[in-house]
Design a protein around this ligand. Sequence first.
Ligand code: C5P
Length: 418
Amino acid sequence: MWGILPHVNSKSGHKQKHLVLGVTGSIACYKAAELARFFMRRGFKVRVVMTKSATQFVSPLTFQALTGNPVAESFWDEGTRGNIGHIDLADWADVVVIAPATADCIAKMAFGFAESSLLAVVLATKAPVVIAPAMNVNMLEHPRTQENLDLLRCRGVAIVQPEAGALACGWTGSGRLASAPEIYAQTERVLGPGDLVGKRVVISAGPTREALDPVRYLSNRSSGKMGVALAREAYRRGAHVTLVHGPLGYKPVLPCEVVSRQTMTAEEMHQAVVHEVFDRGQSAQADIVIMAAAVADFRPAHPGESKIKKSSAPSSIELTPNIDIVRDLGERRGEKRRPYLVGFAVETDGEAALIREAQSKAVRKNVDIIVGNLANDAFEGNTNRCWIVDAQGGSIALNTASKRSIACSIWEEIVTRL
Ligand code: C5P
């Protein structure tokens, strides 16, 4: 036994992050009020800087009331300690998020203007900057705007792509402010540890579904939440992430850059995972694979082509084994032991039996670690309790915590072992 790892918990253990929210004069700036709340609910301290034109759309009082902090509007504002306002904000920020960012603001940022409080903060800050453009589709697609965005991207500014859809100006196309979860996910990524930057990660999640006939199937209680949490955490740490999932019954909330592939049966999941891990050319092969899916071990051997009638129902169902996906990956990677391979194990007979079984699985399936959990802890809920077990018999217990926090601890462990 190696003991117990404390969970990383951004709410309890960590210093509150300071976010300067820049709001510029787009019709979308009413959405910035909700965005400020969104960040505050997730533990950020928020201070707002508005441009003159933004104040035409929304009163600074709205942001002052929501954040509990005065709103910076003028270049000549004093700071909180009687110092220079924009330098005070620039130094206070752990991250600057400009949402919505207009074409005008983007152009002025690209060329280093400092005529407003917001532009001066951007120039003066040492914190990372995230911008979420929102504007008319033609303004967005204009070569000058695109060049300005490229310039900013090259200088390390994170750009949250606008969504496509009906725009306030009457046009349809790209230019709608990205959603609050998307802006949040990209902000968390720029603030993250970056220890998976450049890594390709493939994660499987959820159950599989094996047809008995066209209306019935065999499946299990897996919700896919653990795999989704692992995908979100990998993205936060900088990875390129592909999630291969079974039928979830909901649309997982994932950052736009996470590639999501829906499958149904174990066979479909096998094909999708092998393709993502090995068949994408040498440079795009996966570095780390986590098989968190609860893949059905068996499927009906002779699924009915039409609905089985009550009158002719069989008294038993013949089953045939499905391929063990993680074992196949373990065999394919062979001696190279690349990609790094993580399996899951769910058991029902208590901690000691779970750890024993997880260790034997790690050996049998040629994986690096197995994350073991008990069915009553793992299925459906938003929390989990796990043991990280390796082939040598070492184990780390992760106490009950949110699946997000458990995902963070699992990644911490993987990163130290890579
Ligand atoms: O043997 P068991 O099903 O308990 O192993 C669980 C682990 O194996 C999980 O990582 C699961 O995703 C994987 N698995 C698989 N293919 C199967 C069955 C399980 O990849 N057919």
